[in-house]
Design a protein around this ligand. Structure first.
Ligand SMILES: Cc1cc2nc3c(=O)[nH]c(=O)nc-3n(C[C@H](O)[C@H](O)[C@H](O)COP(=O)(O)OP(=O)(O)OC[C@H]3O[C@@H](n4cnc5c(N)ncnc54)[C@H](O)[C@@H]3O)c2cc1C
Length: 387
């Protein structure tokens, strides 16, 4: 049986980053992945993911985001792929809404560059948008988007170049912690041993971690690409990433939406989605069709902010969220199995952290501890008592 220092189960967003960091540190690492690089079956496809630092979810995430940004630029340099575009970001809400208020708190607390705009100023600067008159917005110039497929491919390539073994098309069917320390992993093609194991299976966490019975909700989410109606007053160029920021909006209790500038040419569509409104599913049973009623619901909501989003639907795709009850990640040692490290439950907002999560997982697998602040993510907070 081949033996490694560390095995990573699931070479997607987080596992790919962990394999990269481990290989860089000279660790003998094996990554095992069911699908192919850049696949669209999990949580890491759809062309774009928001990155930002004025984090309304909690200012506690900001130090991790600062470190993640360094990692994004490094990954881009090392891979030669185009991954990061800091086109700016705008978070719109009423005065008491977390999207606006929480972004403001995080920005002020951590000295993140920002501007506060009222509705008139938003419309003047970004004529694609028509927020309600009493809305406020925080504009963050260093927000933008990253490319998920490019990221997972880049991490796998760079990791392999640094000496990692990555085996695609090889699902793990079973893993166990051996009583004296170490782990054994069985796949569709063989059996491997290692001193340490990192489990980063995304939406497959319930299958790979059955004993923990995490209260994890696996949800079907949809992103939509619509064509705006261009005019002389609001032409195509105003939707492009040179002029248009990423955005999040939630005003007066409406459903939170988020989205992107046009990133793939005039025909590529303007991508957006609901942050919530997922339906419980599993990776095996998810309905990948998107229905007219869903498209209409999205369009109606989108028109509240983007009055010219009246053209056709270019495409719609499903994606999987793995949501914890408090929407914080699951990141840390497996309870009572110190040779196993968990990274899952990224609750629909994990991608922007990919490089720093890779470091945390590598730290935990090699030294058992990390200097990064991860106390919010302790897996033990979610373990249900037996019975
Ligand atoms: C619609 C949507 C929009 C999003 N928008 C944003 C955003 O704008 N910004 C942001 O920060 N985040 C966003 N996210 C969240 C982010 O994409 C996820 O948090 C992140 O991708 C999760 O990474 P992961 O490594 O846990 O999962 P994945 O990237 O899915 O990786 C898990 C991998 O494990 C593999 N695997 C599973 N089981 C096995 C097995 N038995 N053997 C071998 N391999 C296995 C899978 O095939 C998969 O490749 C969004 C997610 C979705 C779905």
């Amino acid at each position: 049986m081949e033996h490694y220092d560390v095995i990573v189960i699931g070479v997607g967003s987080m596992g790919g980053a962990a394999a990269n960091v481990l290989a860089e540190r000279g660790v003998k690492v094996l990554g095992l992945e069911t699908f192919w690089p850049g696949h669209d079956q999990g949580s890491a496809h759809g062309g774009t993911r928001i990155v930002r630092q004025a984090y309304f979810e909690s200012p506690d995430y900001v130090p991790l985001l600062r470190r993640a940004y360094e990692g994004w630029h490094k990954l881009e340099r090392e891979s030669g792929r185009e991954i990061v575009n800091l086109c700016g970001g705008i978070y719109i809400g009423d005065r008491d809404n977390l999207v606006f208020k929480g972004s403001m708190e995080a920005a002020q607390l951590h000295g993140i560059e920002h501007e506060v705009l009222d509705a008139t100023e938003v419309k003047r600067r970004f004529p694609t948008m028509n927020p309600t008159d009493d809305a406020f917005a925080l504009y963050e110039p260093n927000a933008g988007y990253v490319r998920p497929e490019e990221t997972t491919m880049a991490n796998a390539e760079v990791a392999a170049r640094k000496g990692a073994t990555i085996r695609f098309g090889e699902p793990v069917t079973h893993w166990s912690a051996t009583p004296g320390g170490g782990v054994e992993v069985v796949t569709s093609q063989g059996q491997y041993g290692a001193d340490k194991l990192i489990i980063t299976p995304g939406a497959w966490a319930p299958q790979l971690l059955p004993e923990l019975r995490f209260p994890l909700s696996i949800e079907r989410m949809v992103f939509y690409w619509f064509t705006p109606e261009f005019s002389d007053a609001v032409p195509y160029e105003l939707y492009e990433d040179k002029r248009h920021p990423i955005y999040i909006e939630e005003t007066h209790g409406n459903q939170q939406i988020y989205g992107f500038p046009m990133t793939d040419g005039r025909e590529g569509g303007f991508k957006l989605g609901f942050f919530r409104l997922g339906t419980p599913t599993t990776p095996q049973t998810i309905d990948r069709n998107v229905y007219d009623a869903e498209v209409e619901q999205m369009r109606r909501r989108a028109l509240e902010l983007f009055p010219y989003l009246t053209g056709g639907l270019v495409q719609a795709k499903t994606c999987l969220y793995s949501v914890t009850p408090d929407e914080h990640f699951i990141l840390g040692p497996y309870p009572d199995k110190p040779q196993v490290v968990l990274g899952c439950g990224f609750s629909g907002h994990g991608f922007k952290f990919v490089p720093v999560i890779g470091e945390v997982l590598a730290d935990l697998a090699t030294t058992g501890t990390t200097e990064h602040p991860i106390s919010l993510f302790d897996p033990k907070r979610l373990v249900l008592s037996p019975g």
